[in-house]
Design a protein around this ligand. Structure first.
Ligand SMILES: *[C@@H]1O[C@H](CO)[C@@H](O)[C@H](O)[C@H]1NC(C)=O
Ligand SMILES: *[C@@H]1O[C@H](CO)[C@@H](O)[C@H](O)[C@H]1NC(C)=O
Ligand SMILES: *[C@@H]1O[C@H](CO)[C@@H](O)[C@H](O)[C@H]1NC(C)=O
Ligand SMILES: *[C@@H]1O[C@H](CO)[C@@H](O)[C@H](O)[C@H]1NC(C)=O
Length: 672
């Protein structure tokens, strides 16, 4: 999805045994254990904005554009309203299906996997592990997709001459829009599996669909062999509705052709026999708006391929920055971020996206398939500087996520690009400064945390849009039920008003239910929707640019609000701007409590060795679940219970040998 401005460096292959046998994958045990290490961030001086050199500030991911918060809407939303909360889902017709907690996962462009996730299987990015552990603790397993436009032109090879695990095809000059062709080795997939063995992440990969007469199924073989149950599925065809405009298919190529080619690949996978043993994990049609999902479904797609489909998916960005990012690539005038900022700051923003998918969501539900927003973010072609990296984007992400959950999407994956993108949930520093500066966690990452805590780890969360404040678009609210019972309420205030006059008070009532004595509230807050760095979740923050090792800093502050037992109400103030997450029971809070979150500390042992201290207790609770599952995790990290500055023992490593028919570098993907 993005042109990479930083070099891929320091990659070394660990492919030890490579057999080359057509059409098969062999997995060997290997006892050459290595310790994953992280970037040496502990010695990083916290950078302040003023200390960021110009060459860094020139990279979109680290831009210093600050927009103006939109004016207070006129008429202003009422600042006093009541929300009547039914006690159980039985009284809430139209409530969503049951949802998993880490609803907002991530989509990582394949070409940046070696910057974001790790360099190789034994050198993982500790900030990435910390960020994923934090979500897994709150909402359970984190779904992460490694793919995007680059997956279509990626080829699994048995080794890369310079020993790297992933490399852009430097030979190729045909790429008009900077998404590189890639070659990668199975080391990348071992790297993903290593992450899964440490934190509760599971993966989506993609099978290249750019040329179905020369299929490259190596990733399916290696993915299933190496990842096993840590593999969620394979996307087959990334945005096929754009193939024609990107020049990958003839002009008359249509939904029926897609249907037929899809069938070709299903047959080819079947022909793989036991080398691709799982047959029901394909994800499609992943259309991006040029074709509607219905137009693909009309070919009989879902019925014909139901046995092969693991989930139905779409992709969507509500706007694009292409004219500015690629001058001359479009006749459209560049979008002015300030002009479109208000479009993101209301309940209409998410609803206008999701309304186009209600029918598809119902089709998926009826077919018994999850429905996934497989790639999304504020705007394609890199996002809008000052908008995509603002607190406003965090509010947008929370509300959009909750709207998707309410409307029976099953998951949504926020896209992560490189330094040319402003919308990244997290961005590692350019490689050449990685020993002195740390990561940048974007505002939209907080959306993922808040939604994870709103839904919790039980897998039974059901969401209802309360139509709060007479359906006022600036003050949406949701009730969240777990195991059929009211558990949490999430309230958003999209307005920015430094005077405090736009703080609203939502008065919760509990008709037919029990009035809590008190409730706990966590706030997501910043001074303004335009704010880029001073963002807190329950008082904690990742800090500003180059300031994060993936852990929340500061003391957690949870507000206790006494309810009025006489009136049977709890009055919740929501500042402008903010999100308030109200925990109505103790367990609703404890289930997502940060006190159980363990992290991977990046304290450097020695800078030279580039090693990291891993808090060994981390592994005792890092399985992506709270409560009962902690015990289970303990066993996967046995040997780790003693304090240690080293990574505990981890499951046996494997070395893979793949074969095949991998060869040519192909033509280029276009970034969105
Ligand atoms: C993994 O990458 C690190 C950092 O570049 C390097 O030091 C190490 O040798 C690599 N490990 C293997 C097994 O290739
Ligand atoms: C990760 O992979 C490497 C090599 O593939 C292996 O040596 C190492 O033990 C693995 N680490 C973990 C944590 O699984
Ligand atoms: C979501 O699914 C539930 C069934 O679990 C259904 O009652 C509800 O109407 C669906 N919502 C939408 C928007 O389709
Ligand atoms: C890092 O690389 C950039 C070019 O991408 C260069 O401008 C900058 O000076 C380098 N910084 C250091 C500290 O080497």
């Amino acid at each position: 999805m993005t042109p990479l401005s930083w070099a891929i460096t320091g990659i070394a292959s660990v492919l030890v045994h490579a057999a080359y046998v057509h059409g098969s994958v062999t997995v060997y045990g290997n006892n050459g254990m290595q310790q994953p290490v992280g970037t040496d961030t502990a010695s990083a001086a916290s950078a302040t904005n003023s200390s960021i050199p110009q060459w860094l500030a020139d990279m979109p991911a680290f831009n210093s554009v600050v927009l103006q918060a939109p004016a207070i809407p006129s008429p202003a939303p009422s600042t006093q309203f009541t929300l009547n909360l039914q006690a159980t889902t039985a009284q809430v017709p139209g409530i969503s299906k049951q949802q998993n907690g880490t609803f907002l996962g991530f989509s990582i462009e394949m070409s940046v996997a070696t910057q974001v996730i790790g360099v190789n299987a034994s050198y993982l990015q500790v900030p990435f592990l910390n960020l994923m552990a934090l979500l897994a603790q709150r909402g359970g397993t984190v779904p992460v997709r490694v793919g995007g436009n680059t997956q279509e032109f990626a080829t699994l090879v048995d080794s890369i001459p310079d020993g790297k695990a992933l490399e852009k095809d430097k030979e190729d000059t045909s790429n008009p829009t900077a998404t590189p062709n890639l070659v990668f080795t199975s080391e990348i997939i071992y790297m993903l599996n290593n992450v899964s063995s440490l934190v509760g992440v599971k993966w989506y990969l993609g099978i290249p669909f750019n040329d179905t007469s020369n299929l490259r199924l190596g990733i399916a073989q290696a993915g299933e062999a190496i990842l096993g149950s840590n593999l969620l599925g394979f996307q087959l065809g990334n945005e096929p509705d754009l193939y024609v405009s990107h020049g990958h298919r003839p002009a008359d190529w249509n939904q029926t052709n897609y249907f037929e080619e899809f069938g070709t690949v299903i047959q080819a996978l079947a022909n793989e026999g036991s080398s691709v043993p799982v047959r029901n994990n394909l994800i499609a049609p992943s259309v991006s708006g040029t074709w509607t999902p219905e137009s693909v479904f009309d070919t009989g797609f879902v019925t014909a391929y139901t046995g092969s489909l693991g989930a139905l998916a779409v992709e969507h960005y509500p706007d694009n920055n292409c004219a500015a990012a690629f001058p001359g690539s479009t006749s459209a005038a560049p979008v002015v971020p300030q002009d479109v900022f208000p479009d993101y700051l209301s309940h209409n923003a998410g609803n206008s996206i999701v309304s186009a998918y209600l029918d598809a969501s119902a089709v998926a539900l009826a077919a018994g398939k999850p429905f996934i927003m497989f790639e999304t973010n504020t705007a394609s072609c890199g996002g809008f500087p000052g908008l995509s990296d603002s607190f406003g984007a965090a509010l947008w992400g929370v509300d959009y996520g909750m709207i998707m959950a309410f409307n029976n999407f099953s998951q949504a994956l926020l896209h992560v690009g490189g330094v040319s993108d402003t919308y990244n949930p997290f961005t590692p520093p350019p490689t050449n400064i990685s020993t002195t500066k740390a990561w940048t966690v974007g505002p939209i990452f907080y959306s993922s945390i808040v939604v994870a805590e709103a839904l919790g780890p039980t897998g039974t969360a059901q969401v209802f849009d309360l139509g709060a404040n007479g359906n006022n678009i600036y003050t949406p609210g949701y009730a969240i039920y777990e195991n059929g019972n009211l558990a949490r309420v999430l309230l958003v205030n999209f307005v920015t008003d430094a005077t405090g006059a736009s703080t609203y008070t939502a008065t919760l009532t509990f008709p037919g239910g029990t009035v809590p004595g008190s409730v706990s509230v966590k706030y997501l807050q910043a001074p303004s929707v335009a704010e880029k760095e001073n963002i807190t979740w329950a008082g904690q923050t990742f800090g500003g640019k180059f300031e994060s090792d993936g852990r929340l800093k500061g003391n957690e502050s949870i507000t206790t609000i006494q309810c009025d037992s006489g009136a049977g109400t709890c009055a919740i103030p929501v500042p402008a701007p903010a999100v308030a997450l109200v925990f109505l029971t103790d367990s609703a809070l404890q289930d997502v409590s940060a006190s159980t979150t363990q992290t991977f500390s990046t304290t450097a042992v020695t800078k030279k060795a580039n090693t990291a201290t891993i808090d060994s207790a981390a592994l005792a609770t890092s399985n992506g679940n709270t409560g009962a599952d902690r015990q289970k995790l303990g066993s996967t990290s046995k040997g780790s219970s003693g304090a240690s500055s080293m990574m505990p023992a981890v499951p046996t490593m494997f070395v893979l040998a793949v074969t095949g028919a991998v060869s040519a570098f192909l033509t280029l993907g276009r970034r969105r």
